[in-house]
Design a protein around this ligand. Structure first.
Ligand code: BT5
Length: 226
């Protein structure tokens, strides 16, 4: 079973995890038209009405465990490539997992481990829902002509890039909108602090300058002051 297509589910990541636990192979993908409890990172919600792409792909990576952190940035590049190829749309990437158009979020990526599998969850706003996005979510949709987006084709292209990404670091660096900006770092523990984003290193970590010192971040939240 390569694909599972659902009209509605709580979370495609939840479904994919269940399938992974049952032994579903590398590349198995779950695509839903809407989610009732779409998940973001750190227990946050991902607003998932009809009109978006909600995809989870099961990867069983052969790489060392420490390289798994590269899967999220790799997935961001996979989404970029598919959007460019299918729709000529070029989002930027906010380190580490968000896709942006201008200063608004077009979509996000949530990677979750599950035994030896990694579930790559991708949400993209294709069409603005009736009534718009909730006021507290600075979201944007692609809003192409009705019928222009073939969601299954877009999902297939994303999956293909996930399964065979090739080199992606240079693309990630050139697409990353965070570098060069003043940012606020929200560490997993401790108080938020102001910094300047300097570069993406060879492990896709964000290097920032804080009070004249360089720091390398491999996780945590960074908000950009646009
Ligand atoms: C993410 O988390 O952006 C990861 C989103 C992953 C969603 C996919 S959909 C398929 C798969 N199944 C799931 O259950 N999840 C994955 P994070 O960086 O934590 O961002 C969450 C924040 O983004 C929220 O707190 C809101 O501020 C904002 N947000 C929520 N819904 C949004 C939307 N539709 N568009 C843009 N921003 C949104």
């Amino acid at each position: 079973m390569e694909w599972v297509f659902l009209e509605e589910t709580d979370s495609t990541n939840r479904v994919a995890k269940e399938l992974a636990r049952q032994g579903a192979p590398h590349g198995t993908a779950v695509l839903a038209k809407r989610q009732t409890a779409g998940r973001g990172r750190l227990g946050r919600q991902f607003f998932s009405p009809e009109g978006g792409l909600y995809l989870s792909v099961i990867l069983r990576p052969q790489c060392p465990v420490e390289d798994r952190a590269l899967i999220t940035p790799m997935a961001a590049v996979a989404v970029y490539r598919a959007l460019m190829e299918d729709l000529c749309i070029a989002p930027r990437i906010k380190w580490v997992n968000d896709l942006y158009i201008g200063d608004k979020k077009l979509g996000g990526i949530l990677c979750e481990g599950c035994g030896d599998a990694v579930i790559v969850g991708i949400g993209i706003n294709l069409y603005t829902p009736e009534g718009g996005f909730p006021a507290d979510i600075p979201a944007v949709a692609l809003d192409p002509w009705p019928g222009l987006v073939d969601v299954r084709e877009l999902a297939t292209d994303i999956r293909n890039y996930l399964l065979d990404p090739g080199p992606f670091l240079r693309e990630y660096r050139s697409l990353c909108l965070t570098v060069g900006k003043n940012v606020t770092v929200h560490p997993v523990q401790g108080e938020p602090y102001a910094a300047r984003a300097l570069e993406i290193d060879h492990r896709c970590r964000l290097v920032v300058e804080r009070d004249g010192h360089r720091e390398t971040l491999d996780s945590g939240e960074v908000s950009v002051r646009f």
